[in-house]
Design a protein around this ligand. Structure first.
Ligand SMILES: Cc1cc2nc3c(=O)[nH]c(=O)nc-3n(C[C@H](O)[C@H](O)[C@H](O)COP(=O)(O)O)c2cc1C
Length: 186
């Protein structure tokens, strides 16, 4: 069992929703997750692993997540970690989202030395600016709320992301157990 911190930033709420699904699946896999916003995240000392959820806004990750990674780079690099990004459904399958993720990972590595062990990108909710005023008026009310709740996320892909991280975590914990049992002689 690992204590896993799941840190996210959000504006429209969907990155939190994905973070909660990730937590629920980590719990089913026998781990103990805590889901927290990056502006209220506790120190990482008591956590064995960390997952960061980062929404894309105007082609870059939101500053709150960039700041979080910069401020906690040493702690992030020192334990199993994963990153998932959340993009507009329209942009998710084209270069925009992938370019944002690639650029962010390059910057992260250069600036902080942190490179997450498992990385994924999911489609989030459509921001109203992308929908247009006419559609907004027509879908006001229940269907609009439903769009925000469901988003365009491939939930099977979220499960695959969790599965990959759980495997990574198990391997890391086994390796740590072996090195604790047989410390290298100096
Ligand atoms: C003001 C604004 C700008 C956005 N810019 C982008 C963008 O450049 N590229 C992209 O893929 N998604 C963009 N999105 C879409 C968000 O990534 C998507 O709606 C996601 O679900 C937001 O995460 P959140 O629901 O956790 O706030 C933008 C959303 C908003 C509200």
């Amino acid at each position: 069992m690992a204590e896993v911190l799941i840190v996210y930033a959000t504006e429209l709420g969907h990155t939190r929703r994905i973070a909660e699904r990730v937590a629920s699946e980590m719990r089913s896999a026998g781990h103990q997750p805590s889901v927290v916003s990056s502006d209220a995240a506790p120190e990482l000392d008591r956590f064995d692993a960390v997952i960061v959820g980062a929404p894309v806004r105007t082609s870059v990750f939101v500053p709150a997540i960039e700041d979080y990674a910069r401020d906690h780079a040493g702690d992030l690099a020192g334990r199993p970690s994963a990153l998932f990004s959340v993009c507009a459904p329209d942009d998710h399958d084209d270069r925009g989202c992938r370019d944002a993720l690639d650029a962010y990972l390059r910057t992260l590595l250069q600036e902080t030395g942190w490179h997450p062990d498992v990385i994924a990108s999911f489609a989030g909710v459509r921001p109203y600016t992308h929908i247009g005023l006419a559609h907004r008026v027509l879908t006001a009310g229940a269907s609009q709320a439903a769009d925000h709740e469901v988003g365009a996320t491939d939930w099977d892909a979220v499960s695959g992301f969790v599965e990959a991280f759980v495997h990574h975590l198990q391997r890391a914990q086994r390796a740590q157990a072996v090195s604790s049992a047989h410390p290298a002689s100096t």
